[in-house]
Design a binder for this molecule. Sequence first.
Ligand code: ZN
Ligand code: ZN
Length: 803
Amino acid sequence: MTRALAAEQMRVRGTVQGVGFRPTVWRIASELGVVGSVSNDTQGVLITAVAAPAGLDLLAQRVRAEAPPLARIEAFERSAVALPAPLPAAFVIGASEAGLAQPAVTAVAADAATCAACVAEIFDPFSRRYRYPLTNCTHCGPRLSFVTGVPYDRPLTTMAGYEMCPACRAEYESPADRRFHAQPIACHVCGLRLRLERMDRRAFTIDSYTFLDDCDAAGTLLAKGHVLAIKGLGGYQLACDATQPEAVARLRSLKRREAKPFALMFAGIDAVRAWCDLGEVEAQALQGPAAPIVLLDRRRDMPVPGPADAVAPGLRTLGCMLPNTGVHHLILRRMKRPIVLTSGNLSDEPQAITRDELAARFPAGIDYVLDHDRPIARRVDDSVLRVIDGEPRLLRRARGHAPQPIALPPGFDAAPAVLAWGGELKNTFCLLHHGQAVLSPHMGDLEDAATLADYQRALRDLQAFFRFEPQRHACDAHPEYLSSKLARAVCPDTVEVLHHHAHIAACLVDNGWPLDAGPVVGVALDGLGFGEGGELWGGEFALADYRTFQRRGTFKPVALLGGELAMREPWRNTYAHLMAELKWPSFAMNYAELPLHDFLASKPRALLDGMLLKGINSPLASSCGRLFDAAAAAMGLCREHAAYEGQGAVEMEARVDHEVLQYEEEELGYPFAIPRLRGCNMPYIEPLAMWTALLGDLVLATPVPTMAARFHKGLALAICKMIDKTARAHDAERPLRHVVLSGGVFQNKVLHERVSTRLRNDGYTVLSHRRVPCNDGGLALGQAAVAAARALYGNTQETPACV
Ligand SMILES: [Zn+2]
Ligand SMILES: [Zn+2]
């Protein structure tokens, strides 16, 4: 009998702790009659199994196929071992091993929205967790936001101090239970209470209303028009009734957020449909365990002006999400209409995770807070996603995704450990080691002092958490980025990566492009980044691989009139463009009757012209983002002042007339030319003809949506032509066939889809971002990949192309 038995160790790597992996293995092994054990250690999950060889194969097969919903298996390695003596009598779940000597390469799962089974319990009057707002199980609830170390076990979470009641303990210890080893487990009996409090902690009652519990009372207050603070999964949030414009306006002034759109939370998918058009992919994304904010198009039959205008002024899209905790489910069930839900912070600060932080940020204006006892270990923001070109694409990577490791493409196995410090705006940082990259959750804009402090804390925290020891550092080439300064202070030999190269490399990793697969056409379009020789870039076409970035095309370099101010006052870009193309006398002569003329004439032109002439505080930048700003402002969109980066582009996209986009003749799209730059002979996208056409449309009082469509059409065509040139620049006989689209401009669905559709029709394979943002939130991953690739090849950046 024993002769037919074999023993194996099965090593499972990836996101396998805190997701119900061990009980799944236990269940399958028990069903198959396999004996042995399964345990967590710092490498992941280790299975020791004894059975007939066929039984071992079946076990391995089924564990992979039936892995729990939140698990991500990165590797499954099997090795034969000697038969243990004596043979184990059964299959058991081992305790978590501390294994302090080994590096922690195992991943802790990301936080997950309340699963369907838990929601059903919350609303089941016969369940012992009826209306218990902090209900969770092995498949849902807090993870990254409440763990304090690995291995994942209750003593290393913020709930270490809470005893389980006997009923919870029984669930926790039963391998057959959905809550087996669910570390955040709790119930009405065993502690962790939720309560509605006054912000100043004084006692209160809402005597005049009847309500079931504190969540229900919170719903009543929201319906009455109050702004409420709510403790969410990864931080405090502010909420108000989305259908009451006065409440939304009050929330805006409290947060000092003038125009940036707010996200909405709906009770369920049908409630979303009442406000937005919803495709199949979008519906799936909304209901996934990450419960991200999904950007959706407003229904065309929504009243305008209507409730959505206060939430997202000037936009056709709405950021929508579904409840991600029991608290949200209970409130929305009561409300019967959507709420605005936004992080508890002032404009760009990190969201508050303690009551003291919240009180310090909002000393007045918020009367009530729905609070609970589970401390938050680290903040985790909402993820943001948009379906573009048929695929869900993350625009902000946080809850539900970070810190899930991203497996590196083939060729990176032997790479040294790299710490990449990220960019300046929408910062994330990246730990690359053991063939995988851990991208931090969204940090935010480091210009904000509180965000910068939080970034430094998070850097220490995640490195300790993953026992990460960097052998190399990488940062953006911009000398003034705070992340670059910090990196160089830690390591003078930090690898400086060109901003747009990092964008392309991030997209290559996102698409699993192998290290030695050769160059691609890299297109990086964004607001601004540091280029070679201190140039400012923002619309670049390159032959690129992980190691090198050879620029082969660009946008016309135009002055950033007033430097930083050009970002905040979009008309400055219009003025700089018009002066570069037409000069004032010719503009004034031809377009004197346009309101745009009067607007620009009212500006201090003598001063501005002097700056342009002498190049004072007006550096040239080849920026696609600023071209969008300039054109939008000319059309009268977001002209005087931008409340957030890229507002003009976002508003112009929102106005696009889709009939014109699809059916009007291609020739009416605004034309761009592609001449060559004097001096270095590089082809560039020249907008002179576009401006003539746009101004002509203004004279004819052409509707803005038509103009917006024509601008997008013309620009998409120009980008594709430049891509063709770049592909042939590599080898005219055998042009490159793979095109990478990256940079924040590709968050624009209209432009992205138009470019990628045309490219595919022309026989190209388009690689664009999915798991990692195309905006600066993806830079750190690209920086890490570039530094790793150069270390593996022992070379550096090749000579610049523009010589
Ligand atoms: Zn659950
Ligand atoms: Zn309990």
